[in-house]
Design a protein around this ligand. Structure first.
Ligand code: MN
Length: 194
């Protein structure tokens, strides 16, 4: 099946856009961070998962856009299929777009900024969002590397903004191991389909 002929789509959210972070035990463990932009889930694979420490930049490799419905997927991907393994909805919720760019019309004030839509922020490689999740809350920045380590790969970084939700002592990726959707562990998800 071609990549454009996904068997399911899903409607864009009526209110605030959605985000989901799927913990994915495939050949290697990673976290798929997906945010809704213009009717699709724009996606990054974050090997170490998101941090709450604003001093830590997490590598985020841009992956294929996914249909909105995929944000509801928790379960196992069978052997032989792409991404075979276990998928948990580790965190989910809505978000606000806080992305800005320099306001060139106000050249007297060099620091003047204006809000921009997510599609533009994505193109420009600099996204600023405020997540409303159950594990993650607060400002996050995604920015595209101008010098990717692997040619052909879109390398980004995900970083916690230094706001009042930042907390270098909390490490939810290591300590909060249950699904935000079902309360299940990876083992329980795996067994339910076994
Ligand atoms: Mn994945």
């Amino acid at each position: 099946m071609s990549k454009t002929a996904e068997p399911f789509g899903g409607k864009p959210s009526k209110g605030k856009p959605r985000f989901v972070i799927q913990k994915h035990q495939a050949r290697s463990l990673h976290f798929d961070v997906r945010i809704e932009i213009d009717g699709v889930m724009v996606s990054w694979a974050v090997p170490k998962g998101p941090s709450l420490n604003p001093k830590e930049m997490r590598l985020a490799i841009r992956t294929e856009d996914h249909p909105i419905d995929y944000a509801d997927f928790e379960g196992t991907i069978p052997e032989g299929e792409y991404g075979a393994g276990t998928v948990m909805i580790w965190d989910e919720g809505t978000f606000d777009n806080l992305s800005m760019e320099k306001d060139k019309n106000k050249d007297k004030d060099k620091s003047a900024k204006k809000p921009i839509p997510l599609s533009k922020a994505l193109k420009e490689g600099k996204i600023h969002v405020w997540l409303h999740g159950s594990k993650l809350e607060g400002g996050y920045l995604f920015f595209k590397s101008s010098r990717p380590m692997t040619p052909g790969q879109e390398q980004w970084f995900m970083k916690k903004e230094n706001d009042d939700k930042a907390d270098a002592r909390r490490n939810p990726v290591g300590t909060e191991n249950k699904s935000a959707r079902s309360g299940r562990t990876m083992k329980q998800i795996e067994k339910a389909e076994g």
